[in-house]
Design a protein around this ligand. Structure first.
Ligand SMILES: [Zn+2]
Length: 473
């Protein structure tokens, strides 16, 4: 059967715009106060119920799993299913918007608003993809499910609950990252290296009160500061001069408050999965502090920060590992603090290649931490996610993408964590085409309408082919 998927998708453009903007206008940000069947707040409940209602109106079988997640199903001969996984929750609006984040703004060929790209636009594209298959009355070997999660932006509690109640699709994709497709995602370890407080040993020349830098473990620390009191005038003058020389290029400034001198350094923020894209303010500051006559413990702390975590590639920890599927291990220094009373803390985010085990990484990390005289506390771990790019169903996604866009459909790897990790056999597949700007989680988030139409066409053909092809292996 020859189906013009692009024409089918184009015929649904008006509905695509209406439903996406309608959904954006429901501010489905996580709220603390859970209600009846609203574990993540009433707005998220409303968003989920809205899409399920549209599903019912269109004649899909729908299920709401206790307000955590839900699905629309198009039944096949077999009850085995293939799936698309989207999420209906969004991050808060934040500031700096030209358009209304929860308005109904569609102009210049774009839909603006929180969730336009991440992930409400793609959820509606997927909904319409299923609608096209239904309206064409195409016979299906397997059932097709559009699974709707509602806690992606926090900790995926939606998926844990959903899959405790519903079976896993045999194969699935999530439109929550980039095209062509992402089959390999690095393992992620978050944690802190702590140094116990030592009795203050002010050197004859200065007292270091505290060092502080960074906010989140998965962001390159963009700002850092250290407060000192100098007992030697000469040392103070030398320090001020050195700071000015060092930070003539970089951004830095000094605050004087009575006897206390605070050094401020500004770096460049970047996502923790690509530390080499940023400039770590904590590392810049500690590198400067090492030039001052600090106590031994303070020296050691600054040395550990600079030499252990300055290089973002793990070499400072003996962890310079790489593999062909996912590239090199990265280490991001996200947060540090140091004070006489509390001791020191270094918060890091490690992303390791898929062919290494957590045990292998931890063995070497703990050795390095012991060498630094610190102790390790794990905060979070996400196992690597990997689906073989040669598998039949993954090949099908590549082929569909290539035919519909004329671009190469090569599988990609990421250090990020996509929603595909919620699935055993899942990959991320779109919605962002190569070269497009992503304003996800930022002001004036948008999605090009033509791209959403293209997504509808790609998702319709892709999920249809997964539902009918002989084997998925
Ligand atoms: Zn998302």
């Amino acid at each position: 059967m020859n189906i013009d998927w692009q024409a089918e998708a184009e015929a649904k453009t008006q509905e695509l715009i209406e439903k996406t903007t309608h959904l954006i206008a429901i501010p489905s940000v996580y709220r603390e106060a859970p209600g009846e069947n609203a574990p993540f707040g009433n707005e998220i409940k409303d968003a989920l119920e809205q899409v399920l209602t549209w599903g019912e109106e269109r004649g899909f079988t729908v299920r709401n799993v206790d307000g955590y997640a839900g699905h629309l199903e198009l039944e096949g001969i077999s009850s085995d299913c293939v799936g698309i996984l989207c999420h209906l929750d969004v991050v808060p609006a934040g500031t700096g918007w030209t358009y209304s984040p929860f308005g109904k703004s569609a102009e210049d060929g774009k839909i603006y608003g929180r969730g336009a790209l991440d992930d409400k636009g793609p959820a509606i594209a997927s909904f319409l993809a299923l609608s096209i298959i239904k309206e064409l009355k195409l016979p299906l070997k397997r059932s097709i499910r559009l699974i709707l999660g509602t806690d992606e932006e926090r900790n995926w509690g939606c998926m844990a609950h959903y899959f405790a109640n519903e079976r896993e699709p045999l194969a699935a994709f999530t439109p929550d990252a980039n095209f062509p497709l992402i089959t390999s995602e690095k393992g992620i370890i978050d944690g802190f290296i702590s140094f116990s407080p030592l009795p203050p040993v002010p050197t004859a020349e200065l007292t270091l009160h505290h060092i502080q830098s960074g906010e989140a473990l998965n962001m390159v620390a963009a700002e850092a500061k250290a407060a000192c009191t100098f007992s030697s005038k000469k040392t103070k003058e030398k320090a001020l001069l050195l700071f000015e020389q060092r930070f003539a290029q970089e951004k830095g400034h000094i605050d004087m408050n009575g006897e206390v001198v605070t050094f401020h350094v500004e770096g460049v923020s970047a996502h923790g999965s690509i530390p080499s894209k940023g400039k770590n303010a904590a590392v810049l500051l500690c590198s400067f502090l090492r030039e001052l006559p600090l106590s031994l413990a303070e020296q050691r702390f600054c040395e550990t920060v600079e030499e252990g975590f300055g290089p973002g590639d793990g070499s400072g920890l003996g962890l310079q590992l790489t593999d062909e599927f996912s590239g090199g291990l990265t280490v991001n220094l996200g947060r540090i603090s140091y004070s006489e009373a509390e001791g020191g803390d270094i918060g890091i985010n490690i992303r390791y290649p898929v062919s290494f085990s957590k045990q292998e990484i931890m063995r070497q990390l703990l050795k390095a931490v012991a060498d630094f005289n610190g102790t390790w506390k794990e905060y979070d771990h996400l196992a690597p996610h990997y689906v073989k790019a040669e598998t039949k169903w993954v090949q099908t996604l590549s082929e569909v993408y290539e035919r519909q866009t004329g671009e190469k459909g090569e599988a990609l790897s990421t250090g990020g964590g996509t929603y595909a990790r919620a699935l055993e056999k899942g990959v991320a597949f779109g919605p962002l085409l190569p070269g497009r700007e992503s304003r996800a989680h930022q002001s004036d988030e948008y999605m090009e309408i033509a791209d959403l139409v293209k997504c509808t066409a790609i998702y319709a053909e892709a999920i249809y082919r997964l539902a009918v092809q002989q084997t998925l292996e």
